[in-house]
Design a protein. Structure first.
Length: 344
């Protein structure tokens, strides 16, 4: 009888392990988290219609990603599916909703990473690839490289059969108006500053760097993946590239620890290797997920940067710290329960 009881106990334990990744406090494990950018997002400034539009878009992205996980597809499939929804929406600073550069162009960046083998792919400065996250995945899977940029990345994407669009596809009135305001502000600063300190003044970024989208996912095989996509920064000059396409800064995934996607003032995320920083704190410092991710954001804040990140660990635990007024974000658990948040 004792041997039979022992066998039943072992079977019960194995069934519990296989039925779910490690449990959260409420008994459910998270399999997907997304963000749609962080910034000065205040409810008093949000119309009811606009809030509804964001909630619907975020929900759709989570559902599309979850459908991939539920069907037994990989975490990479889920990341691409979720980000594609947000790239196709004018609400976010990625894909269709990309902001304009100083020259009136839309330059897109994206990256993706597979936690199983730490392979990664990225593109930067592309102007005609409808879904840069797909180009990033193609770089990872079809080349020996990690990052391709500009015309070379566009040529590669076309040869891979990805959808190529006229750059006019990315034009939206709201983003164009945003550029005009930034240009006017630059002009005013030039005219009003007479103390020879113009070059030392901090840029008036406001929320021009925000709106980046990202996704982290955990599939049924226990594999993590992360992806990030952005239109960059309004009025950016000289081919500036932020953290989004840089592995270890804006995106990172390692099955041993965590999957991370960041949004915010990219220069600070690059300087602190923010995404890898979280993984390192967990791997070498043995910190829990929430503490590791919060410390990474706190470090950025102390340096003068702002933004947020989403983090999903190998046990299905999630953290979404940010130091701004809000961050478009959401999660879905293994049972399909979706939660979407905007404000603090």
């Amino acid at each position: 009888m004792k041997s039979i009881s022992l066998i039943l106990l072992i079977f019960t334990m194995m069934s519990s392990i296989n039925s779910s990744h490690a449990q959260t406090a409420n008994g459910s494990s998270f399999v997907l988290a997304i963000h749609g950018g962080a910034g000065t997002i205040l409810k008093k400034n949000m119309s009811e219609a606009m809030e509804k539009a964001y909630l619907e878009a975020l929900t759709e992205a989570l559902q599309k990603g979850y459908d991939q996980i539920k069907a037994g597809k990989t975490s990479l499939d889920a990341v691409v599916a979720a980000i594609e929804v947000m790239e196709n929406s004018p609400l976010f600073n990625a894909g269709k909703g990309a902001v304009f550069t100083n020259q009136g162009k839309n330059e897109l960046d994206a990256s993706i990473m597979d936690g199983k083998n730490r392979k990664a792919g990225a593109v930067a400065g592309v102007t005609n690839v409808k879904n840069p996250i797909k180009a990033a995945r193609a770089v990872m899977e079809k080349t020996e490289h990690v990052m391709l940029i500009s015309k070379g990345a566009e040529e590669f994407a076309q040869k891979q059969g990805l959808e190529i669009v006229d750059p006019k596809y990315f034009w939206t009135q709201s983003r164009w108006d945003g550029l005009q305001k930034a240009l006017e502000r630059d002009k005013e600063r030039m005219e009003l500053d007479h103390d020879a300190q113009q070059s030392q003044l901090p840029p008036a970024f406001k929320d021009e760097k925000f709106g980046t989208v990202g996704c982290v996912a955990l599939d049924k095989q226990g594999n993590l993946a992360a992806g990030t996509s952005t239109g960059g920064m309004t009025n950016k000059k000289f081919g500036r590239v932020g953290d989004s396409p840089i592995i270890g800064a804006g995106t990172y995934a390692d099955n041993e620890t965590v999957a991370i996607s960041c949004t915010g003032w990219g220069e600070y995320y690059i300087r602190t290797a923010a995404a890898f920083n979280v993984s390192a704190k967990m791997k070498y410092g043995k910190l829990p997920l929430k503490q590791a991710s919060q410390e990474a954001i706190d470090e950025i804040g102390k340096m003068g940067g702002d933004g947020g990140m989403i983090a999903l660990d190998k046990n299905g635990q999630v953290a979404m710290p940010f130091n701004t007024e809000g961050m478009y974000r959401g999660t879905v658990t293994a049972d399909g329960k979706i939660e979407v948040l905007i404000y603090k």
